[in-house]
Write a protein that binds this ligand. Structure first.
Ligand SMILES: Cc1cn([C@H]2C[C@H](O)[C@@H](COP(=O)(O)OP(=O)(O)O[C@H]3O[C@@H](C)C(=O)[C@@H](O)[C@H]3O)O2)c(=O)[nH]c1=O
Length: 179
C-alpha cells in the first residue's frame, strides 16, 4: 500500500500496490500493521455503502461530534466520485483547509479521513457506489455537518448539484463554536 500525505494534516490518499500475474492482481486495501505504523485508526466497527443514482449527487459535509468522532476510510466501488476532507480541528495546523481527490472503481484509491474532519463527496458518474470503513458507531444525536458551499471554506465542486438530501441543504453557515 502507498500512503500519500494530504495537505490536510493526518489525512492520506491510499493507493494499492498490486502483485500482478496472468490472472490479474492481488492487493491489500487495509492492513492493520501499515495503518498502525502511521498512527492511523485500525479499529473499524462499521462497513457501510451508499449508492447514488445520478451524476452530480452530493453528500456532505458530515462529521460526528465528540465523544463520537469518526475516522473513515472511503473507497469508490463503482463509478467515480470527487471526495473531500475538511479539517474542523481548531488545534490542527491545517484547520479549515480542505482537499479533494478523484476516487474511482478503476483507480481504486481510498481516502483516510481522521477524527475531527468533515467528509463529503460528489458523484462524477451515474450509478456510483461508495464504501466506508468507520471507526465509531452511528450516533444520530452527534451527527453534524457544514454546508458544502460555505464561503468559510470555499470548497470547489466539479459539477452542478443534481441531488442532495434536505438535511445537507439546510446546514447553517459555519460558526467555530458550533462545530
Ligand atoms: C450514516 C448512517 C445513516 N444511517 C441512516 C440514517 C438515515 O435514515 C439514512 C441516510 O442517512 P444520511 O442521510 O445521514 O446518509 P448520508 O448523507 O449518505 O451520510 C453519509 O454521508 C457521507 C458523506 C459520510 O461521510 C458518511 O459517514 C455519512 O455521514 O441512513 C444509519 O442507519 N447508519 C449510519 O451510519
Amino acid at each position: 500500500m502507498r500512503f500519500v500525505s494530504s495537505t490536510v494534516a493526518g489525512a492520506y490518499l491510499i493507493e494499492i500496490d498490486p502483485a500482478r500475474d496472468e490472472r490479474g492482481f492481488f492487493a491489500r486495501t487495509f492492513c492493520a500493521d501499515e495503518f498502525t505504523k502511521r498512527g492511523l485508526e485500525t479499529d473499524f466497527v462499521q462497513h457501510s455503502t451508499s449508492y447514488n443514482v445520478q451524476r452530480g449527487t452530493l453528500r456532505g459535509m458530515h462529521f460526528q461530534r465528540e465523544p463520537h468522532q469518526e475516522a473513515k476510510v472511503v473507497r469508490c466501488l463503482q463509478g467515480a466520485i470527487w471526495d473531500v476532507v475538511l479539517d474542523l480541528r481548531p488545534s490542527s495546523p491545517t484547520y479549515r483547509a480542505w482537499q479533494g481527490f478523484e476516487l474511482s472503481s478503476s483507480n481504486r484509491r481510498q481516502l483516510y479521513i481522521p477524527k475531527g474532519c468533515a467528509h463529503g463527496f460528489q458523484t462524477l458518474t451515474a450509478d456510483a457506489e461508495v464504501g466506508y470503513l468507520i471507526s465509531t458507531r452511528y450516533a444520530p444525536e452527534a451527527a453534524a455537518g457544514v454546508r458544502f458551499d460555505d464561503p468559510a471554506f470555499g470548497i470547489l465542486w466539479p459539477l452542478p448539484v443534481a441531488a442532495m438530501s434536505p438535511k445537507d441543504g439546510a446546514w447553517p453557515l459555519f460558526e467555530p463554536a458550533r462545530a
